[in-house]
Ligand binder design. Structure first.
Ligand SMILES: Nc1nc2c([nH]c(=O)n2[C@H]2C[C@H](O)[C@@H](COP(=O)(O)OP(=O)(O)OP(=O)(O)O)O2)c(=O)[nH]1
Ligand SMILES: [Mg+2]
Length: 139
């Protein structure tokens, strides 16, 4: 009997919900080309071998946005299967410390309120993150 392999890539991603001193959250717009192009997201990226989630998040935010943050408590972890890959998003609250946000690896960056966030298109996996953020209202 032949077994058909249904293995698809599985990415583990450290994700930052960064709050500033006025209680706004930083979101960025993904590049148009590529997976989930043009959608908004919370900045973050792949956890490398021998890296903690916290150090991944801190590194990705410097690389992608050019700002300093403090990685705080874990908010939620979500596993989601898209058509050609699976992601585990490990989401932490983060505090903005300093630096001017720059769209180094994205098209645009905005600081938004939780109410405004719903007007931006996000990937499917983000629905749960936004729900939980609203429930746990911070600041
Ligand atoms: N950073 C981030 N990624 C998200 C969110 N929601 C969501 O589905 N993702 C997905 C999109 C990507 O597949 C993956 C993030 O990984 P990434 O930014 O390092 O990967 P990528 O697809 O841009 O690039 P690649 O290196 O895999 O080619 O997680 C989110 O809110 N933030
Ligand atoms: Mg990324």
């Amino acid at each position: 009997m032949t077994e058909i392999s249904n293995q698809i890539p599985h990415k583990k991603i450290g994700v930052a919900v960064i709050y500033n001193e006025t209680g706004k959250i930083l979101i960025d717009k993904r590049l148009e080309k590529g997976l989930l192009g043009g959608l908004w997201e919370f900045p973050g990226g792949k956890i490398e071998a021998n890296e903690t989630v916290e150090s991944c998040i801190k590194r990705e935010i410097i690389e992608e946005i050019g700002i300093e943050i403090e990685v705080e408590e874990h908010l939620i972890s979500i596993e989601h299967t898209y058509s050609h890959f699976k992601v585990t998003l490990i989401v932490h609250y983060c505090r903005y410390l300093g630096g001017e946000p720059q769209p180094i690896e994205c098209q645009e960056i905005r600081w938004v309120t939780l109410d405004e966030i719903e007007t931006f298109p996000f990937p499917k996996a983000n629905t749960q993150i936004i729900e939980v953020l609203k429930k746990n209202k911070r600041v």
